[in-house]
Design a protein around this ligand. Sequence first.
Ligand code: RIB
Ligand code: CA
Length: 338
Amino acid sequence: MAEKRKIIMDVDTGSDDAIALCMAMLDPDFELLGICTVGGNVEAKLTTDNSLRVVECCGMQGKVRVYRGAERPIAATLLPWVPQAQKLPIRDGTKKEFNQHPFHLPLPEPVITAERKSAVSFILDTLLESSDGEITYVSIGPMTNLALAMRADERIIGKLRAVFCMGGGHETGNESAAGEFNVWADPEAAEIVLQSGADITMVPLDATTTAKFDEEDERRIRELGTAPAVLVADLLKQRIDAYQVIEPSDLKETAVHDALALCSIIHPEVLTDVRFCTVHTDISRGFAYGETILDQRPRNKEAANCRFALKADRQFFNDYIYRVLSEAKDRELQISIF
Ligand code: RIB
Ligand code: CA
């Protein structure tokens, strides 16, 4: 069996983060060293609580630890709970049909609690104690924690094997015309990470919106009947229903942004159009604040710093999620028999 991929997950759980966390804990190709939370889809106290609920849903309490991270972005004031926040429609987790990210995931309140150590301390301690090139960092929310850790001790950059992040958008934004939410929420953090010199793969909206899940996928997963499978199916349904309101379409389907970034670590073939180029984040605080800008010009003299995915294989990704949940069920059954 191939060596497990050691990862740290940085999440703003969130419905698609929860699906990615299930994959990270149930896919035997990963060794999840810890979960760092950040304010993003909802406030950090809620992303932390939701992450703890998912750890228990996957039966990983006592094995996987959660570290609470940054509540606010480094400088941006776009998230609604940040003081001086620009007047923005506040996401109301109670309006279930409007929100693909509930304040509380549909799981029991957690028994386990987050660690006393902060996310940034955990990142610094773990990376500095690791061998060079041992750990992959998986960022699927605003990149605040990793950016703060990089600024606190740049030695961690050389320690990292790679950074995989869900974020950015070339042809489209979601939170604004130009900005994808994870980058838009903390553009300065994204720019710090992008220019750090780490080995970066960015899985943006361009790729995630070409690999969606529909009601048939939800039904197939729900039929597995295990707690993680039912959670994934419930979250797919919540997202499909929410997107019927947020972005009305004849097709009842949803992207699962974060899990695609995780899947691509072990299965790079799931990303079918990847550009290695120069990527910057607009931090000029103008109309395109938080936009990811690709420079693919032949005359560009700046070194490429990022693999940026523009397309993904929908069937491969659908089958990956189903297979991980199905094989986890088979292992559960084997344990119960013996
Ligand atoms: O734009 C999609 C990203 O924003 C995903 O990570 C989702 O969870 C939200 O954080
Ligand atoms: Ca997320």
